[in-house]
Ligand binder design. Structure first.
Ligand SMILES: [Zn+2]
Length: 294
């Protein structure tokens, strides 16, 4: 069985390379397009972006995307009949949304996101932003390796975005890993960021994103006690899968995602859309249908 296993693994790797090469000139490729059109959807999805960098060049930072690709992803979603809502609207009425509902989210609040906001507004789309409230208008200085130190959005920009139907939520004061904090620090990050943003926006802030996607039961309780109603993680999957408004799931969109991988992420609600993984998945489905347990 070991031989059989490694042989099919090698075959999968080969298929992955061959399919990727074959499809590299078509975007999205026909299989990925068929998957997003005919696949079985299991509820709304949330997508996660960070920096959106001007131009067509693929950014160095994996978590950033180019403005050209961002625009093409928006046009693709709109063309396939997907509608955007804010995270607060999604989570407030989880049963209300049809299939092909998507929440576009941005973490950190980079100033380059203002152009992304304009691209959304031009298309009649909306999104939710989770901004690092203690760093507004300043360079992102919490210092993770490889992360751009570009400035964050200004308070006046956040107000303009909110007036145009965008949601602004919190991503703490200082972008700290919440499970590492003691209760006093944890509460300060949650309460102070909420108060700072409410001061900027003049409205209640109800949504939150855990920095680094790091959370545990204690953090979740603290988020609720601080007055937030909805929070998102970086766990992949259908957004409402856990039935818990403080554990909404998101898919990560990376710098090298083209429309084919973008379509497959949505079709399968997963971040791992290499062809090898897809083929493995289909193989297991097929064997299961034939009554073979793998
Ligand atoms: Zn972040």
């Amino acid at each position: 069985m070991v031989t059989h296993g490694s042989k099919s693994f090698a075959m999968n790797l080969h298929s992955d390379r061959a399919l990727t090469e074959m499809f590299s000139l078509i975007d999205p490729d026909p299989i990925s397009l068929a998957l997003i059109r005919r696949g079985q959807l299991h509820g709304p999805l949330m997508l996660m972006y960070h920096s959106v960098q001007r131009g067509r060049a693929i950014p160095d930072w994996p978590w950033a995307v180019s403005m050209a690709r961002f625009r093409s992803q928006l046009d693709f979603l709109a063309g396939e009949g997907w509608k955007t809502v804010t995270m607060a609207d999604l989570a407030a009425r989880p049963q209300a949304w049809p299939e092909r509902t998507v929440v576009i989210t941005f973490d950190d609040g980079y100033r380059d996101n203002y152009e992304a906001f304009e691209a959304l507004a031009q298309r009649g789309m909306c999104a939710s932003w989770f901004v690092v409230a203690g760093w507004l208008g300043r360079g992102a200085g919490w210092g993770d390796a490889g992360q751009p130190s570009d400035p964050l959005l200004e308070p006046a920009q956040l107000r303009a975005m909110q007036s145009a139907g965008m949601e602004i939520g919190s991503h703490t004061v200082d972008h700290l890993r919440l499970p590492d904090l003691d209760n006093t620090q944890l509460n300060a990050q949650l309460l102070t960021s909420k108060a700072l943003l409410e001061d900027v926006l003049g409205t209640e802030v109800v949504s939150f994103a855990y920095p680094y996607g790091a959370w545990d039961e204690r953090c979740e309780q603290a988020v609720m006690a601080a007055g937030y109603r909805y929070a998102c993680t970086t766990r992949s999957g259908w957004a409402l899968r856990d039935g818990n408004p403080l554990r909404l799931r998101r898919l990560a969109i990376f710098n090298d995602d083209n429309l084919s991988s973008f379509a497959r992420k949505i079709a399968f609600a997963t971040n791992d859309v290499r062809w090898a993984s897809m083929i493995g998945y289909w193989r297991r489905q097929l064997l299961a249908r034939m009554g073979w347990n793998t």
